[in-house]
Design a protein around this ligand. Structure first.
Ligand code: NAD
Length: 430
């Protein structure tokens, strides 16, 4: 039951929930803790009731966000599920290959789900989740946080207002940034695609989702090229050992030297090392000597691509391209319609707040469009998207404009998986 309020655009929430939405967190790693922290900052709207993780300290960090005793803690997914339905919405933020099983069990228990992307490790399984959610009348929202940034929300509203006319072409790029690529897709959780998901799904499902969401359509034909070019053994500096901590002769000039985790890249460790926030240099050095993040980036077991291009024709005739590369930083978007073109993105920003530029074809006039100020977390956390997603959560699940049952974001996943299939087919023929 909700009370509808008079409201201006971008004010939140659009209604006052009479009862806070109960939220449980399965997988209290980096993402789970981020969402829990944001939800806990809005106690009138969200109540965290349960947390589950294999690592007890991670659960404890989520439990500490609420009043003592308010959060039930579990040491794994099965004991959590055995306890029955403990919240309205379950945040599933375990690793990629666990999502499907965890989501199926949660749907059968009656949960609506906020599911980390990717929904599953194949498009067939994503479709199965969608069908099951529809059959059971449940909603699955994927954590496509970019949709909830002030930047992309503005892009979407400009399209929806018709300011660009009919959309004809979309051109997008994603620069992962070299150290980020090394941290996550060479040394990290998503480096080995058999144990996780392919790069275009693991990382670029955000971008694939944007292409579908912004074009308002689904993919019809998809082509893709890409490979792993740089983070390979033949590119290792001469004499580089297996670990940076084993006395690499190129340590001073190597951008990927793991000793940077002791210095300018220290904040990255919070995502992968328990207690990194309070760890001294000696403990971090020990971690680098034994964990995946101390390995030479040219001597890992990685197969995630470091560059890939995708081109697609959507069912409504829009053509769209995406260029992903490890060797740029930030995203750009260009949308070309029959009335005007719109462009923007972080690489174009010199400093300060993001902007968009709209050029009208008839008059040639270019206007600069400011982006609304983001919520409490500012532009941190995916350009304000982490906050924006949680800030929208109650309305997505239970407000007057709640989503229909099913898996929201399926088209984008289909585009990403089709692109990976296309890339592999081309690779197989050369
Ligand atoms: N939306 C985004 O922008 C975004 C960004 C980064 C990662 N991700 C996705 O979020 C997910 C989580 O990523 P992360 O960086 O938080 O990883 P993480 O490894 O830090 O967190 C996963 C957590 O799940 C726990 N876990 C694993 N199996 C479990 C089980 N059976 N029962 C209970 N807990 C279990 C692990 O102990 C770990 O704490 C991944 O699927 C990833 O692809 C999404």
């Amino acid at each position: 039951m909700f009370i509808q309020l008079g409201r201006e655009l971008n004010e939140t929430p659009p209604w006052i929930p009479v009862k806070a939405l109960q939220v449980a967190v399965l997988g209290c790693g980096s993402r789970g803790r981020t969402y829990a922290r944001i939800a806990a900052s809005m106690p009138d709207r969200y109540q965290i009731t349960a947390a589950a993780d294999l690592v007890a300290t991670r659960c404890a960090q989520v439990a500490a966000l609420a009043a003592p005793g308010a959060v039930r803690s579990f040491t794994d997914a099965s004991s959590f599920f055995q306890a029955g339905k403990l919240a309205d919405v379950l945040i599933i933020s375990t690793q990629d290959t666990d999502h499907f099983d965890h989501a199926v069990t949660a749907l059968h228990l009656g949960y609506d789900i906020l599911l980390e992307k990717p929904a599953a490790e194949s498009i067939e399984r994503c479709e199965e989740l969608d069908a099951l959610a529809r059959q059971l009348g449940r909603r699955i929202v994927l954590c496509f946080v970019l949709r909830y940034t002030p930047f992309y929300a503005k892009v979407k509203s400009i399209i929806d207002e018709g300011l660009l006319g009919k959309i004809i072409t979309i051109r997008a790029s994603e620069g992962v940034e070299p150290f980020h690529q090394a941290h996550s897709f060479v040394r990290g959780h998503w480096s080995n695609t058999t144990a996780s998901t392919p790069m275009i799904v693991a990382k670029c499902s955000h971008d694939a989702d944007l292409l579908c969401w912004l074009s308002g359509s689904a993919p019809q034909t998809v082509q893709s090229l890409g490979s792993l070019e740089w983070f390979r053994a033949e590119n290792a500096p001469q004499g580089a050992p297996a670990r940076c901590t084993d006395g690499c002769p190129s340590r001073r000039e190597c951008s990927y030297d793991a000793h940077r985790y002791l210095d300018d890249k220290r904040s990255w460790l919070r995502m992968v090392m328990d207690g990194a926030e309070d760890a001294d240099d000696a403990r971090i050095l020990d971690f680098l000597k034994t964990s995946d993040w101390g390995r030479c980036v040219y001597r890992c077991d990685n197969d995630a691509v470091d560059h890939q291009v995708l081109s697609a024709r959507m069912k409504n005739g829009v053509t769209a391209t995406l260029t992903m590369t490890a060797f740029d930083s930030g995203r750009t978007i260009e949308i070309h319609g029959t009335r005007a073109s719109l462009r923007g993105g972080s690489p174009y920003q010199q400093a300060g707040t993001p902007e968009l530029w709209l050029r009208e074809h008839h008059s040639g006039k270019v206007q600069t469009i400011p982006i609304p100020t983001p919520g409490k977390d500012g532009y941190s956390g995916h350009g304000g998207g982490d906050f924006g997603l949680i800030d929208s959560l109650d309305s997505l699940f239970s407000g007057p404009a709640a989503l229909p049952p099913g898996l929201d974001g399926l088209h984008g996943h289909r585009l990403a998986f089709l692109a990976e299939n296309a890339r592999r087919e081309v690779l197989a023929t050369v």
